[in-house]
Design a protein around this ligand. Structure first.
Ligand code: NI
Length: 138
């Protein structure tokens, strides 16, 4: 892929904040920091379009002793077997489980599945992390 150099005008304060951001995030230079900011914006755009397929990771933490929670979670998973690609399960301690589920589909469907699981009684924590198949990212 061809790379083009181009000039960017920016006021000093914004540039200073960009440099601070790049340093904090350990970017080797401004260009890599700016590329990542652009990629982040493009992934956000992917998620805001209703038609494009997206991929995300849902992390949930729950107490498996909670009545029928495990089977309720499994029911939802089987109900969405086409979207939930895989689940990683960790027994964190005697009572607590952590699961990471990779969910693929239209943004609305992925969010709906995540909300359904996060809102279940007994789920103590849940976050959906938007990711991307990165088809058009370099
Ligand atoms: Ni467990």
């Amino acid at each position: 892929m061809k790379t083009t150099r181009f000039g960017v005008s920016m006021d000093d304060e914004l540039l200073a904040r960009l440099d601070l951001h790049a340093r904090r995030k350990k970017y080797p230079n401004r260009s890599e920091a700016i590329r990542d900011l652009v990629r982040g914006a493009l992934v956000e755009e992917e998620w805001s379009s209703a038609k494009k397929e997206v991929i995300g990771v849902l992390v949930i933490v729950y107490d498996h002793r909670m009545r029928e929670l495990s089977s309720r979670l499994l029911n939802v998973e089987h109900g969405h077997h086409g979207e939930i690609v895989t689940t990683l399960h960790l027994h964190l301690d005697h009572d607590t489980c952590l699961e990471a589920k990779v969910i693929r589909g239209k943004p609305g469907a992925v969010r709906h599945i995540a909300d359904e699981l996060i809102s279940m009684k007994g789920v103590k924590y849940g976050r959906l992390i938007p990711a991307t198949a990165g088809k058009r990212l370099r």
